[in-house]
Design a protein around this ligand. Sequence first.
Ligand SMILES: *Cc1c(COP(=O)(O)O)cnc(C)c1O
Length: 375
Amino acid sequence: MKNIMMVDLKTQYDKIKTEIDAQIHEVIDSTNFINGRKVDIFADNLAKYLKVKHAIPCANGTDALQIALMSLDLKPYDEVILPAFTYVATAEAVALLKLTPVLVDVDYKTFNIKVQDIEKAITDKTRAIVPVHLFGQAADMEKIMLIANKHKLYVIEDNAQAIGANYTFEDDTIKKLGTIGHIACTSFFPSKNLGCFGDGGAIFTNNDILAKNIKMIANHGQAEKYYHQIIGCNSRLDTIQAAVLNVKLKYLDYYCEARQRAAEYYNKNLKDLEHIEIPYKAAFTNHVFHQYTLKVKYGLREFLKNHLKIHNIPSMIYYPLPLNKQNAFKDIAKTPTSLENTHLLCDEVLSIPMHTEMTTEIQDFIIDKIKNFNN
Ligand SMILES: *Cc1c(COP(=O)(O)O)cnc(C)c1O
């Protein structure tokens, strides 16, 4: 059997190699490495795919979050509410702008921001909420938008892990994640669901004024070359990365389905194990399984992780330490609510191999080792 990997980008590439290589070579031949035409084409294609008015490419997902926050004209010590159980980038962008990250708990079942706790964390300094669609499924956007509208707060979706996923509203309207909040951010880091061959990211909005601001900020604060209106930064998607993404975007739905099929197979075979809880899917979302994350009970996680390792099966803990316990954040972040679920999850979660190229042979091997980890 092939080497088992958390993510198999090589097999994925081999299947579309001719197309990708041709696109990359076109860029090299044109030498338009920066702001080439393919960047605009990709931005258009992505906006059409998501059904959002503006898609603005940038250098990476962390920049996307920072630029989104910069576009809102917030003041130091304004508060931004986000989940304590997420990747560091979500809070980093907030802190870099001298805003105060306010960390709230997540739902134990979905891993996503606990909506009931958002209102408890709102103060007269709160300006924005950053829900994260963790591991590939939606945070409860309809309820989050209601709270945000009631308190006049901005919502920035961190959609780095769930591009392509949908949210279904009470009235059965379906929207793609990344098009519901005032702004949304994503990452094209190679292992993300839509990944390029290096770093990349994008910002989405339906608001024309915010879009104009975001474009300026990502481009040194200029709308016209050498005339700088505001302080911006240099955050661009390379043309070569846009060329890769233009090809891969066509396959995104197919990639999502491949992940969903693999998840179903894991679910079916792991659902009745006593020490393991399979991922829960909320009714308002589909799930594009950026990660397939188990909860391992009774303190058995390390034991299982080691057992898998002995059989050359990789597994990862996303995330071992919540943001409130990170040295970088423990003195600046506010934690107004209990973070009970966050702490429990940090002790229980284990993500097992999940990608677009899973085979039943690989999955059966992994399932077998998980089932028999006592012997
Ligand atoms: C990957 C990721 C980011 C950051 O993306 P980069 O492109 O690596 O900067 C932000 N938020 C979440 C939830 C992520 O998973």
